[in-house]
Design a protein around this ligand. Sequence first.
Ligand SMILES: O=C(O)CCC(=O)C(=O)O
Ligand SMILES: [Fe+2]
Length: 237
Amino acid sequence: REWFTGESAANIGCNDNHGYQIEFLSKEPLFIHVQNFLSTDEATYFTSIVPENYTHRLYVNDDDVKKAVAPRLAVLDQEDVYVKCVLNRAQRFLGSMGSPDFELLSLARYGVPHQVQLHSDASQEPLVDSESQRRYNRQTSFFVYVHASDDLEGGETFFPRIPPPPDVGLPANPAVVSINNSTGAPALAVKPISRSAVFWLSLNPDGTLDFDTIHEGLPVTKGEKVGMNIWAKHYID
Ligand SMILES: O=C(O)CCC(=O)C(=O)O
Ligand SMILES: [Fe+2]
């Protein structure tokens, strides 16, 4: 994939001069918040192409009473120049620790009452690459808040096992908040701010799943959010 280099980024027409700012939220496990991960052009483009009313994944809880609806992921064309630019940026963010292979980018549009239930992005059983048949798992995740409407309420990404950073609530980063988990302990939540992202590793160094990185997309109670998943692959064999 020759486009994962700085030179070809320019060749394929990526305007990569917008710059982003990073802030560590947790060292162990590693969580990084990224402001302005997308350029305004990219965010406008992705928001315009994500389908409306795309068929939804429906979750039914154990008690069969509470139904939670998650937006379906729309998988993007890897030949799309905007997709190439974002993958190029993600690859350079990962640097030498990154695998050069990503899953296809996916987008989802969330309105009321969409949510995503508690899960790990990595899988307990390895996934199989449809082309090469190689087994892999999702090593790193960016969840990108492509767009958050001005009136958005809810829709935070909640990591119930990650303690919030000690300075949460200080004006430094309005995206970082603390929400109590089911045991009453404060835990990390990231608010959607247009064009920002949160980054973490879902696998331990030995390749096993790090259960501390489980997370959920809390229900959107007002407005709209558009999210994007960027998953880098870690091949097992
Ligand atoms: O909606 C969110 O905030 C998180 C979504 C998510 O974790 C996923 O699609 O894997
Ligand atoms: Fe996820």
